[in-house]
Design a protein around this ligand. Sequence first.
Ligand SMILES: [Zn+2]
Length: 232
Amino acid sequence: MSELTPYHRVMVVVAHPDDMEFGAGGTVARLVQEGKEVVLVQCTSGEKGTDRRDVAPECIAQQREAEEREACKRLGVREVVFLRLPDGELVPDLAFRERIVRQIRLFRPDIVITHDPFRPYALHPDHRAVGITTIDAVYPTARDPLYFPQHLAEGLEPHKVAELWLFGAQYPDLYVDIATTIELKLSALAAHRSQVGDSQDVAQRVRERAAELGAERGLRYAEAFKVISVRR
Ligand SMILES: [Zn+2]
């Protein structure tokens, strides 16, 4: 299998614990195996994603952060940053954008992977908010020094990202062969015990979806992305 990308530094930005694993877990595992450095920015800790009433949101957050750390360990993600913004209440405003720009200027990724916010009728508001805010953070905000000039005073230089990879895309143009990493993807998903755990239904659905996407390109299992080259 040839190398996925010549770039080296990858940052994944997602709304909730398990979003990266569902959308891009097999791809992330491949990137790590190719020696790339991958970090994850987790915008919320998923503390409201439950139908239980007898557990405090803080307890759920704590558990889901621990699960995300375990999932990252299984995939080989170098670091996970928890922004701890309120689950279900993300809006694409400037304060949120500043948080993402800060992470981009700190980690300085070549590739940023996030939710596709442009897919029609996609329902979760956090997924849309994270996708649009991350895209806006990449271009033009993180790139140009006059945006959030307080960062300069802190020693955070502007940074040009080369590519955006959007998962959950309506019109993908990059199909990643995950035949060798689908078991790692499933293992990382299983680390999310409070959401997925050992559910065979979920594992089955993930395999079916990966097989469907793969069939579009003659692959056994795939994940798919819309790639946007960022003007530098
Ligand atoms: Zn989510």
